[in-house]
Design a protein around this ligand. Structure first.
Ligand code: NG1
Length: 504
């Protein structure tokens, strides 16, 4: 199949990891297989693999329908699997079995297998696997799925905005489909993963799963979602000095699923309320998403950054910046709906908790952030061939500065308009800029997690040591030195998901 998830031997796949890292990755796969043998007393049939991602720009706009610009990182989830033809029992274990307890279930029909209940404040880890399992069973109508013995190993930090949850869901979906001899293409797999991750209770977008599945080494992705899911591989500008991205973890963990009602899902609702309202005032008919507002505003023509900036101005004109947001009573007046209609239309599918809802700030962020993504994308397209001549240097400075400014404005907007940053992340962004980053911003859902900085390649080592001194040594003086490379690291665009069929 042309666009299927690649199935490769380890020696073919290992080239997808950065060179300095290949030997340790090779050992990691072999170590996983060895653990598998000692845990299950048999050989794994294959290892499924899916990476996390870092979003370069375009935060909280995928679920609204606007394009985003992420790339995969080399951190990933591996699931070693042995297929059991004689039963329908699924066993999953984690190499870190002190933190993630072994789980087992017998297939008895969809409803039984995926009772995905999260306690407030925590999420059962195996639920992410169950999302992928249920997604594949439902989509391909598998009534007699194979039994599976699985061992999971991951090195994407959880709750850090690097998409560990989607890497796990994608990896599980790929493992279950491969084990059941299902042939499918990447787009179908990405759509399944996007939909089934919502079983966890987060009304998420599609950026993470699409990146995990479609990524290609050394290329970032521009992903558009409307009218259809469409990832485009893009080359980052080849500048002199070379451009690098450094990811640094604030070490504030934010559990998106556990806080969904007051954070992530609430933001989705606020953008929907804003879309409905703007639709009624601009087009006389409420819209479902802010992308629909833009699409109708453009009368179906391509949405460009100029029109998105115009829409941000329309937000200024039409929705007052009501500091405290709108209560439900105020919303009923604004939208000319009854409170039952507001509840039914916006607050039922994924319940949220809020006294007031912010329409102005969320809509303004979304339109401006969507414009920034298009501007970043266009800079990447026009500056991939600068040379090392003097004009090349001048151009490189300019490109660095323009990309950096877009990233900085994105962070300011996440902090001030989308309210999805936190004190530590803001401090880390400030420190990164002081230490020489050309631009720096939170990446992923926020409320903690990681920051991504654009750094000139020949300065990245110095940058990392300065940030270590000013952030980690000050806030986390007890952090063991050997953990530093996990919490701050330079990253190149990594490869997407694969199935490793032999360890040769
Ligand atoms: P992370 O960083 O993985 O929590 C989440 C969403 C994305 C996107 C970003 C914000 C999921 C699975 N992931 O990412 O779709 O909306 O937040 O830009 O819902």
């Amino acid at each position: 199949m042309a666009d299927a998830i690649p199935t490769l031997s380890l020696s073919e796949f290992i080239r997808a990891y950065p060179e300095h890292n290949r030997q340790s990755q090779y050992s990691r796969y072999h170590e996983l297989a060895k653990r598998f043998r000692s845990v299950y007393n048999r050989e794994p049939n294959f290892i499924a693999r899916a990476p996390g991602r870092v979003n370069l720009i375009g935060e909280h706009i995928d679920y609204v329908g606007f394009g985003v610009l992420p790339m995969a990182i080399s951190g990933d989830i591996l699931i070693a699997v042995s297929v059991d033809d004689d039963s329908s029992t699924v066993r999953i274990k984690n190499v870190d079995d002190s933190k993630y307890k072994s789980r087992e279930w017998q297939y008895e029909g969809d409803e039984q297998i995926v009772t995905i209940e999260n306690d407030e404040g925590s999420v059962e880890w195996s639920n992410y696997f169950k999302c992928g399992y249920k997604g594949i069973l439902q989509r391909f109508k598998l009534f007699c799925p194979k039994g599976l013995l699985c061992l999971v190993d991951g090195n994407v930090p959880p709750g850090a905005g690097l998409s560990s949850s989607s890497a796990f869901v994608c990896c599980a979906a790929i493992a279950v489909s491969y084990a059941n001899n299902i042939e499918t293409d990447k787009t179908t797999m990405a759509k399944i993963a996007i939909e089934c991750e919502r079983y966890i209770g987060v009304n998420g977008g599609g950026m993470d799963q699409t990146t995990s599945i479609f990524a290609v080494t050394n290329q970032a992705l521009y992903i558009s979602f409307r009218p259809t899911l469409h990832p485009t591989l893009i080359k980052l500008p080849s500048l002199s000095p070379p451009l690098t991205f450094v990811v640094s973890n604030s070490l504030v963990t934010s559990n998106k699923a556990a806080t969904a009602q007051t954070n992530y899902n609430l933001r989705v609702v606020e953008t929907k309320l804003a879309a409905y309202y703007l639709g009624t005032v601009i087009m006389r008919k409420g819209c479902d998403t802010l992308w629909d507002v833009a699409n109708q505003y453009m009368d179906g023509k391509e949405i460009d950054s100029k029109s998105l900036r115009e829409l941000a101005n329309i937000v200024e004109e039409k929705i007052g910046n009501k500091q405290l947001g709108y209560s439900i009573v105020e919303l009923t007046e604004l939208l000319s709906l009854t409170s039952e209609q507001v509840t039914e239309k916006f607050l039922t599918k994924f319940p949220v908790r809020a006294k007031t809802f912010h329409l102005y700030k969320r809509a303004k962020h979304v339109f401006e952030e969507a414009a920034r993504v298009l501007e970043f994308y266009s800079l990447c397209q026009t500056s991939t061939h600068s040379d090392e001549s003097m004009t090349g240097h001048i151009k490189a400075d300019q490109v660095y500065s323009e990309l950096g400014q877009l990233m900085n404005s994105s962070h300011d907007s996440c902090r001030d308009l989308y309210d999805c940053s936190c004190v530590e992340v803001d401090e880390l962004v400030r420190v990164c800029l002081e230490c020489g980053a050309k631009g720096s911003r939170l990446t992923g859902a926020g409320w903690g997690g990681c920051v991504v900085s654009i750094v000139s390649g020949n300065e990245s080592e110095e940058f990392i040591s300065k940030v270590t001194e000013k952030y980690y040594n000050v806030r986390f003086p007890d952090l063991p030195k050997e953990r530093l490379s996990e919490v701050i690291f330079e990253t190149l665009p990594g490869a997407g998901a694969a199935v490793i069929t032999t360890l040769q």
